[in-house]
Design a protein around this ligand. Structure first.
Ligand code: ASP
Length: 327
């Protein structure tokens, strides 16, 4: 007769061999962080969504000056934020449906510190306000009037960010008054990731969001883990495109966790896009992801064709076409 004691002994032996609960064993194995030796040949590097080569250039120059990837991603983000011709970021960004330019941004450093602003108006460089939130407050995220009040107290200048061009586009839109989601075109949100000489990773993301969005709408870009995420032990990821998809799947955090469990950056970004297309009506929508790991490898993938990115590595600053789910 098998006693209860024998049974427990037997099943625990089988379980230990992985026969009874192979998936448990697999899960355990997968959740162990892989030890990775940094490959200094591939850093420093800067990568950014879209053809933001001016931003990657500025970021690399800053990194040479201060040696710090955090300064680099902030300096990179400043470029589209101050560009009146960039209609998706900062100054010149298209307003919401009430004609107001509202900005979202977030930043993360090598130690896992994070800062973010959402629904911020009148400030040219929301990324720097996000950095101040990270460095000067006990909070991670400030929003709306509170974020503006904080920015002004920190010495930022109140400015009109609605350019004549953006106002004209909004007035034309009002005539049609159609609330089509951002779709596969017209994205410029910058997500930017950098690795410095000490092999430390930082990331930033900044946007004026979905053009002519509902007043009060906040997208993925300022949400830590959605629009951007960094874990200095593993790597970083950032997103552009329809923020609602990215938020619902917590894309950037997912990508970093997939890399932690052994996926390459390319495998991780592809899986994050698959999570979207499995669940949602994605056909005319665009989401693009970038990822880097601690060794300086990168990955890029999007739902639709047309996603590009800028990569500054090994002394070259290139625009690269991303692979996509829909070919
Ligand atoms: N991800 C941004 C947002 O949803 C928009 C974009 O990348 O175009 O606010």
């Amino acid at each position: 007769m098998i006693t209860r004691k024998d049974f427990i002994k037997k099943t625990s032996l089988i379980a230990a061999s992985g026969l009874l609960f192979p998936s448990l064993l697999r899960a355990n194995k997968e959740s162990k962080p892989t030890k990775r030796a940094p490959n200094t040949n591939k850093s420093p590097l800067v990568i950014a969504t879209w053809d933001n080569r001016k931003a990657t250039e500025a970021a690399m120059a800053k990194m040479k000056e201060t040696g710090n990837s955090l300064d680099a991603v902030e300096a990179g983000a400043w470029v589209p934020e101050a560009d009146p011709n960039d209609t998706s970021v900062g100054y010149g960004g298209f307003p919401d449906r009430d004609g107001m330019v509202t900005l979202d941004a977030c930043i993360m450093d090598k130690d896992g510190n994070a800062g973010s602003v959402t629904f911020l108006q009148h400030i040219m460089h929301p990324i720097s306000v996000a950095r101040k939130v990270m460095e000067k407050t006990p909070h991670v995220m400030l929003s709306g009037d509170g974020a503006l009040q904080f920015a002004l107290a920190q010495g930022f200048k109140k400015e009109n960010l609605l350019t004549d061009n953006a106002k004209k586009a909004w007035e034309e839109w009002k005539v049609k008054n159609n609330y089509t989601p951002i779709g596969e075109k017209n994205h410029d949100t910058i997500g930017i990731l950098a690795i410095d000489d000490k092999n430390n990773i930082s990331g930033a993301c900044t946007t004026s969001g979905w053009a002519f969005k509902m007043h009060g709408r906040v997208g993925d870009s300022p949400i830590i883990g959605a629009g951007m995420y960094v874990d200095n032990e593993i790597g970083g990821a950032c997103a552009t495109g329809l923020g609602e998809f990215v938020m619902k799947t917590l894309g950037s955090f997912l990508i970093v966790e997939l890399m932690r469990n052994g996926r390459t950056p390319q495998e991780a970004v592809e899986e994050a896009i698959h999570r979207i297309v499995k669940k949602y009506d994605y056909k005319n929508m665009q989401v693009g992801y970038l990822a880097i790991n601690k060794q300086g490898d990168h990955g890029a993938y999007s739902i639709n064709k047309g996603f590009t990115y800028a990569l500054h590595q090994n002394g070259e600053n290139n625009k690269i076409d991303s692979d996509s789910y829909i070919k």
